[in-house]
Design a protein around this ligand. Structure first.
Ligand code: BGC
Length: 397
């Protein structure tokens, strides 16, 4: 959302809040998004309770919500937000976490089907492993919404709620360029940009997560011109997705890979100046590897990116260990998925804004993509505190 857009949303806030009392699912989402963009949480209360269809909300049907793991804070925020918003609309919720174990997630979804769930909202662990259980859902006429991560290899995925994942990757790379003094946060070249060369190392997400390649492609497309002109140098030579990928987004594996790179490539007295990390949990592992190798915050400490605005990482941005993260508001994502489920159950068409980019191998899944934001030390308060995502006390505590 550009500045002009968000201004006009702000102007329309009051009017939109009035509109939501007219009880349409679409307007509910618009109000939520507009209001969050304007930094006000007012509409959260105003919009809840309406999208379930008419005054009384839903008929209280059960919705199954499958989340990948509690080991990462963001999924806990997602699960809580989806549950709360569904309950506000009168639904019952079966919320399950699978601790990154694929058979566990499959059996949790099977259970939801057995219990008579009317719709499923699923954030998959491995996007390719749900084909059979989704066939079972389709046989029972249960609509399926892929949450944040696209579910692949199945025609039985009705809608996809996510962020613009390619742009997330662009933002991660842009935050690195900004930290190195090469661009501003919009990616515009800095007038007084240093010549470099800067040593950069690249990390990618889990290869079984459809998002990981989107993040990678967005980031690499952004960094490539700087690599081509020699301003950035990937000194390890590890420039392929396969070399950079970290299965299940595991921070310890990222730590090990960073340790290996430091030993193999930087034992000659050279230093790493920046690390592209696609997730805060990986960034924390990378930070540990650097600290153990003798780097310390201050002169010579690398610029490190991230994603999810997890609390520990926001603190790390405050203290200078991490340079940036990408904020994806889990409350907004929950609202999109909840509105999609409610619309389908009301016999309405959910609102989508992308019908081109998310081909799951069998079909292009109609999607609603939200916008994310780069967070650096200077805008923590504006982006995270003023929107009510974290409090000042949590960040400073
Ligand atoms: C999500 C990211 C998250 C990552 C690891 C991805 O699918 O889109 O927000 O950082 O999984 O949990």
């Amino acid at each position: 959302m550009d500045a002009a857009d968000s201004d006009s949303h702000q102007d329309n806030d009051v009017q939109l809040i009035d509109t939501v009392k007219g009880n349409t699912v679409k307007n509910t989402k618009k109000v939520l998004l507009a209001t969050l963009a304007a930094g006000s949480m007012l509409a959260l209360a105003a919009c809840s309770g309406n999208a379930g269809g008419g005054d009384g909300g839903s008929d209280g049907g059960l919705i199954g919500v499958a989340m990948p793991t509690k080991s990462s804070e963001r999924w806990i925020q997602d699960g809580d937000a989806v549950k709360e918003q569904l309950e506000e609309q009168g639904f019952k919720v079966d919320l399950q976490y699978a601790e990154d174990d694929i058979p566990t997630q499959v059996s949790q979804i099977e259970n939801m089907i057995t219990k008579g769930a009317e719709a499923l909202i699923i954030a998959s662990i491995d996007g390719t492993t749900l084909t059979q259980v989704l066939q079972d859902a389709a046989d029972a006429e249960i609509p399926v919404i892929a949450y944040d991560r696209l579910i692949r290899d199945s025609e039985n995925v009705d809608y996809y709620a996510s962020f613009d994942n390619y742009i997330v990757g662009v933002q991660q790379a842009t935050s690195l360029l900004n930290g190195l003094g090469l661009t501003d946060l919009e990616g515009e070249p800095a007038a007084d940009a240093p010549a470099g060369p800067f040593n950069v190392e690249l990390f990618a997400g889990s290869p079984d997560d459809n998002n990981a390649t989107f993040f990678w492609n967005g980031a690499i497309d952004t960094l490539q011109p700087y690599i081509d002109e020699g301003t950035l140098v990937v000194k390890s030579g590890q420039t392929d997705f396969e070399q950079a990928a970290i299965l299940r987004w595991d921070g310890e594996v990222a730590q090990e890979r960073m340790e290996n790179i430091l030993t193999s490539t930087y034992s000659d007295g050279s230093t790493v100046n920046a690390v592209l990390s696609p997730y805060d949990g990986l960034s924390r592992g990378i930070i540990s590897a650097l600290t153990d190798a003798g780097y310390s915050v201050g002169e010579g400490w690398p610029i490190i990116s991230g994603q999810d605005a997890e609390l520990d990482s926001v603190k790390a941005i405050n203290s200078g260990e991490q340079f940036a993260t990408i904020f994806k508001d889990t409350r907004e994502l929950a609202a999109v998925a909840v509105d999609m489920a409610a619309a389908i159950l009301n016999g309405e068409e959910p609102e989508v804004n992308n019908t081109e980019d998310y081909d799951n191998g069998v079909k292009t899944v109609p999607s609603y993509l939200l916008e994310s934001q780069i967070v650096v030390k200077d805008n923590i308060t504006e982006v995270l505190v003023e929107s009510g995502y974290w409090t000042e006390e949590e960040i400073n505590g």
